[in-house]
Design a protein around this ligand. Sequence first.
Ligand SMILES: *Cc1c(COP(=O)(O)O)cnc(C)c1O
Length: 449
Amino acid sequence: MNKSELQQHDRDHLLHPFTDFNDLGKQGTRVITGAEGAYITDIDGHKMLDGMSGLWCCSLGYSRREISDAIYEQLNKLPFYNSFFQCTTVPSIELADALAEVAPKGLNNVFFTGSGSEANDTNLRIIRRYWDLKEQPEKRIVISRKNAYHGSTIGGASLGGMGGMHKQFQALDYIEHIEQPYWFGEGGELSPEEFGIKAARALDEKIQELGPEKVAAFIAEPIQGAGGVIIPPESYWPEVKKVLDQYDILLVMDEVIFGFGRTGEWFGADYYGLQPDLMTFAKAVTNGYFPLGGTMVSDRVAEVIKSRGGEFAHGYTYSAHPAGCMAGLATVNILRNEKIIENVRDNTAPYLARRWAELGDHPIVGEARSLGMVGALELVKDKNSRARFDDDCTAGGVCRDMSIKHGLVMRATGDTMIIAPPLILTTEQVDELVEKAHRALDDTAKAMA
Ligand SMILES: *Cc1c(COP(=O)(O)O)cnc(C)c1O
């Protein structure tokens, strides 16, 4: 099939996730046909630096034969077996071992799932089971944040705080949302530090309002990813930690984006010095080569679940899929052996931070922020008042299209442009990324004038 035939058949038969079908009907889909290193190529032969690592998952880029070979070899040896009913497989044990080694201290158990959404559903099941076994069944409520993303199952989407998603389904009634630590958008006249404290105090206020004896857990991404790479002010996490330490409430870190090196540490919890009770992972654990997720469970929680008896009545057919586990093991081995994360921390991330900050001088950029290997640009009509171009956030879509034209995949979240490029980027490729982003900004300024 040629390109227009592919697009027609796509329209006829494929229902796409997170897609406006009207737009898709008008523009047609972009057909991606190949990839190499940090680049993807579409059906027209247009090559683009992938500033989003696929969907935050291909941190090592697209050319790691070790991972695809590991999957292939496992499929030929034992393509499937489950880990229900006292069965296990060698790859699942080996990956569990490796994850316990690289995870923050105290997280030594893992429950495997097929995705990040499923892992957050698993978290909800573990949280309930934990407090029931502790004979505190009144602890039921989970606090999350507005504009958080925790997946798209009913559990994941209920935990998430995306208004557009909540309009389209009925959320679980035991989940509450507090304000997000989004200084540029919501900080007003406060300094970032003051605003970080205020956003953290909102957790305390919510706990007081609900009654600490009813609150089971607090879930958060270390940095909100899909919400627009919202890097909390430095005062935020230490203050949240103080609040949580006062109460007997579990901390769930959703590390689906930031796990496996994106901050320059293994996990966001390491970066912020936090000790989560549960830690969701997916995406980069297999470098996007196989659908696999899971939750790391702290000794404190695992001990209760394991020792108090009774079946934990939860699991997925593909929990600990052997091929997925081999993909995870190959990925962790590459990260370790090639010191990818250390290189991000010591070289690439500081270089990206310096170059990305330069984009803050552009006339339509209200803020350029980055941390580790993520970055965001706030597109504005007026730098001083932070006023946007319009209420429909058209600048973001324009900038995304301009960026793709110039050979760089950036994503638009409203009028916030975001990047999460592969961790393997060289400093030359960082230069290329920044130069292409700059050109996209110039074109966007012209188009919006
Ligand atoms: C992508 C994502 C999820 C959901 O993972 P899926 O594998 O798409 O189900 C959950 N949490 C965060 C923070 C994510 O970015």
